[in-house]
Design a protein around this ligand. Structure first.
Ligand code: KG4
Ligand code: ZN
Length: 340
């Protein structure tokens, strides 16, 4: 089954075609990062307008790359939530228009399910069940993935998402948006021994996270130093160490509690080198294995949406009568395909 997938929940327009037999046939992405950079964050209305401009050309591009015509597909899928309503609507309406024109079923996909299953786009995909750590600009989740549509949320952020904490702290340090990669670069020059940030919520049981205190900690620390390049690098380093250590402690706990031996890491922060190294160490100590999507599929993309859509349509899901978009949508409310 060959399915076109469209992602437009935030600031990336992604389009891809996934074939349940042959795998990923084509994918294309337009990132709006530059358009939002001068505002220091995503401006929803600008995002929606840019999706409208980019989407149809990207659909043409992936069809051409796959050497297919629209009517040769078996379905069209789009991110239906969670995300920015205006941005989501551009994908939903494009998908529904194309589905109507080509006579194909249309299905809305959960954005987080896309992130969770993105490693299945790689040559050695993880088998079910696995533990997934989802660390992006909008979400921090630890999820037990029993199978397609079988998700139990073990822990989540009570305030800022990890990526958001990186971005806000980067802003305090005078770095541009999105700040995560820039902060990680600055941290490379930092002295790991100079400052120590707290590891929030690790001294009590449970798998929830709280990262908003770290940016306040960074702010207070910044007020105590002269603010030289080296000071900022040292603070960046200590911040990054605290985030990584906290994530590793929670992943260790989750592996022990569930007895799982596969850990999937997805979302933009999964690109962080120090996090990857620390998780590799954790896995080695636990006889576990860590799986990542390739870097370009760690962040938002159309391929993960086409993948989930194809698996779900092939499993018997139909989008008839579903809402256009869902700004909030619980991952645990999802069912295996064909269950509805
Ligand atoms: O998954 P994603 O594209 O966003 C959402 O769907 O929300 O992830 C973007 C987030 C941003 O907050 C960005 O700063 C962060 O991932 N990020 C990083 C790194 N690369 C991206 N954070 C830390 N280190 C990195 N190398
Ligand atoms: Zn995302």
């Amino acid at each position: 089954m060959r399915v076109l997938g469209i992602e437009s929940s935030c600031d990336e327009t992604g389009v891809a075609i996934y074939d349940t037999e042959a795998g990923l046939l084509a994918h294309a992405l337009h990132s709006q990062v530059a358009a939002h950079a001068e505002y220091g964050g995503v401006v929803p209305e600008l995002a929606s307008r840019d999706h409208v401009r980019r989407m149809v050309p990207l659909v043409r591009e992936v069809l051409a790359r796959a050497g297919l015509k629209g009517a040769e597909l078996d379905g069209v899928c789009h991110t239906a939530g969670p995300g920015l309503v205006g941005a989501l609507l551009t994908g939903t309406l494009t998908a529904r228009g194309l589905g109507l024109g080509w006579g194909l079923p249309v299905l809305g996909v959960h954005h987080m399910e896309g992130h969770l299953l993105a490693p299945m786009l790689e040559p050695e995909p993880p088998a079910f069940p696995f533990l997934a750590l989802l660390v992006s600009g909008g979400h921090t989740l630890l999820v037990e993935v029993r199978g397609l549509g079988g998700y139990r949320v073990l822990g989540q952020s009570l305030d800022d998402a990890v990526g958001e904490a990186f971005d806000k702290t980067a802003k305090l340090l005078g770095l541009g948006y999105p700040g995560g990669p820039a902060l990680a670069r600055l941290a490379e020059q930092g002295d790991p021994g100079r400052f120590r940030f707290p590891r929030p919520m690790t001294d009590r049981p449970g798998l929830d996270f709280s990262f908003s205190g770290l940016k306040t900690f960074a702010l207070n620390m910044l007020a105590k130093v002269a603010g030289s390049e080296q000071d900022r690098a040292d603070i960046a380093r200590a911040f990054e160490e605290a985030v990584v250590a906290t994530l590793v402690i929670k992943c260790r706990r989750a592996l022990e509690q569930t007895g799982l031996s596969r850990l999937v890491v997805a979302g933009g922060v999964g690109a962080n080198r120090r996090l990857r190294e620390a998780l590799a160490g954790l896995a080695a100590a636990h006889g576990a294995r860590v799986y990542y999507p390739r870097i370009e599929f760690c962040t938002d993309n159309g391929a993960m949406i086409a993948l989930v859509g194809a698996l779900r349509l092939a499993g018997g899901d139909r989008g008839d009568g579903e809402p256009l978009v869902r700004a909030r949508w619980s991952l645990e409310s999802l069912q295996p395909p064909g269950a509805a």
